[in-house]
Design a protein around this ligand. Structure first.
Ligand SMILES: [Zn+2]
Ligand SMILES: [Zn+2]
Length: 465
């Protein structure tokens, strides 16, 4: 029995683990590397394994940094099955198609550039046709119900409370009479997130493969963002300014709808809200289909007239004409993608609103360097959008607590329920974040912790109890 860490080692993206148990060879996650050119080049590097010879894969959740290379696996001969939750099956279908569309557009752009320079460009990482093969390979599993994808491998999916359908995957392994337990945290959610349930508590594992994204920081825990959002909406309602929110289409947008419904009801704000992103509209459909994964509060809210996704002031726009028509609106909330404002329809809305002193721009997620979102946060007074210089006169707000990741104290609190595992392997975090978390887990919980290196192999041996 062994495990090889193929990605997300001393970095946040590219989650991928290759395992051997007896005759079985399989993956846990197969994510895309994201960030700058250097990271993106990694997506084209040869896999450490032959996709055609894998027996199956297990998927923790739909985020692209965990699922984004599955179409490439399929292109190179992987034929499934992919075990994951029903909600993840539905979410990866729309997210991988969207990702393939982006890959095709980027490849076209590279090809035009290469042709002008007199050479040929590489083909896209994968195409929409490759992505369309993935859903039929997915096999839906229920939370907490063991499945046995191969002799000696039993998998149990526990709710990770990170995004809809997200899971910790517990594997009960057996090879030649030797037994071991291993748990993959995927991404650990945080308690009290809107819509989805809290992360499940697990108490026993021999090996723990754990994410460390926010291993070195805490989010403020004071409920301030909802109050701040309320103040922003009230001000906009009074002055007739627009509220523009760049947001990831899957998860963040739906959470915002939950908060916006709550705030509008409580303060009787009759403000129209527009979700202007075809992917967000599709993702919201998936949320509607999977209320079985909602927490009790959200299930109750869904039963009220209008629920979370259909209240009277809420509108969804998909066509380009509908989107353009929003330029004429005043006193409305517009939620649109991309979350970092570096692509997509949100750029149009920013162009039409940034110069208005009565407008509010609300940043709710992480903003990478060199993105338009980051420049706004840093207080740039002039930005270029579609080649036009725009004066920034709108109010810029940052509501960082709306993150779907557990922070340092929440990670430690989740880990504290385990009887110290034989070995804890930290992944999915920058080295400094992983090192800080390592120290805390060792000192406070007496865990034996290593920070995985890319390509590192861990032999899993029986732990005698
Ligand atoms: Zn995630
Ligand atoms: Zn992740």
């Amino acid at each position: 029995m062994d495990l090889q860490v193929c990605g997300a080692a001393r970095e946040v993206t590219g989650s991928c683990y290759w395992m051997h148990v007896g005759q079985a060879s399989f993956l846990v996650d197969c994510g895309m590397h994201q960030g700058g050119d250097k990271e993106e080049a990694l997506n084209f590097a040869p896999f450490l394994f032959d996709p055609a010879r894998l027996d199956f894969m297990l998927l923790t959740h739909a985020h692209i940094d965990h699922s984004g290379l599955i179409p490439r696996l399929v292109k190179e001969g992987f034929s499934g099955p992919i075990y994951t939750t029903a909600a993840t099956c539905d979410l990866v279908e729309i997210m991988l198609l969207d990702s393939a569309h982006i890959q095709e557009m980027e490849s076209e752009w590279r090809e035009r550039k290469a042709r002008r320079a007199g050479h040929r460009a590489a083909e896209p990482l994968y195409t929409q046709d490759d992505a369309r093969q993935v859903p039929r390979l997915c096999k839906a599993v229920e939370y907490d119900k063991p499945v046995e994808p191969a002799p000696g491998v039993t998998a149990v999916f526990h709710d990770a409370g990170h995004i809809l359908g997200s899971a910790f995957i517990e594997l009960r392994l057996e090879d030649h009479g030797e037994k071991a337990l291993i748990l993959f945290s995927g991404d650990v959610g945080k308690p009290d997130q809107p819509i989805i349930r809290d992360p499940e508590i697990v108490e026993k594992t021999d090996y723990l493969v754990m994410e460390s994204t926010y291993g070195d920081r805490d989010h403020p825990h004071d409920g301030r963002p909802v109050q701040e959002l309320t103040d922003i909406l009230k001000d906009a309602y009074r002055t007739g300014g627009n509220v523009i929110i760049p947001a990831f289409a899957v998860g963040r947008t739906q959470e915002l709808l939950y908060f916006l419904r709550q705030i509008s009801d409580e303060h009787q704000l009759d403000m129209p809200v527009y979700v202007d992103s075809p992917l967000a509209v599709q993702a919201t459909q998936v949320f509607r289909r999977h209320r079985e994964d909602f927490d009790d509060e959200s299930k109750k809210m869904l039963e009220e007239p209008g629920g979370i996704f259909d209240w009277p002031q809420l509108h969804y726009t998909t066509t380009a004409d509908e989107s353009r028509a929003l330029n004429e609106k005043r006193g409305v909330v517009i939620i649109s993608a991309s979350g970092m404002a570096d692509a997509g329809r949100i750029k149009h809305h920013l162009k039409h609103n940034l110069w208005r002193p009565e407008a509010h721009i609300v940043i709710v997620g992480y903003q990478a360097e060199n993105t338009l979102g980051r420049r706004l946060l840093e207080g740039d007074k002039r930005v270029r959008i579609f080649g036009e210089e725009i004066a920034v006169q709108a109010h810029i707000h940052e509501l960082s607590e709306l993150s779907a990741h557990a922070d340092q104290s929440q990670l430690v609190s989740w880990a504290s329920h385990f009887k110290p595992p034989k070995l804890t392997i930290l992944t999915h975090g920058e080295l400094s974040a992983a090192m800080t978390l390592q120290k805390i887990l060792e000192e406070r919980l007496h865990f034996n912790v290593v920070i995985a290196e890319k390509g590192e192999v861990f032999e899993l041996t029986e732990v005698l109890r």
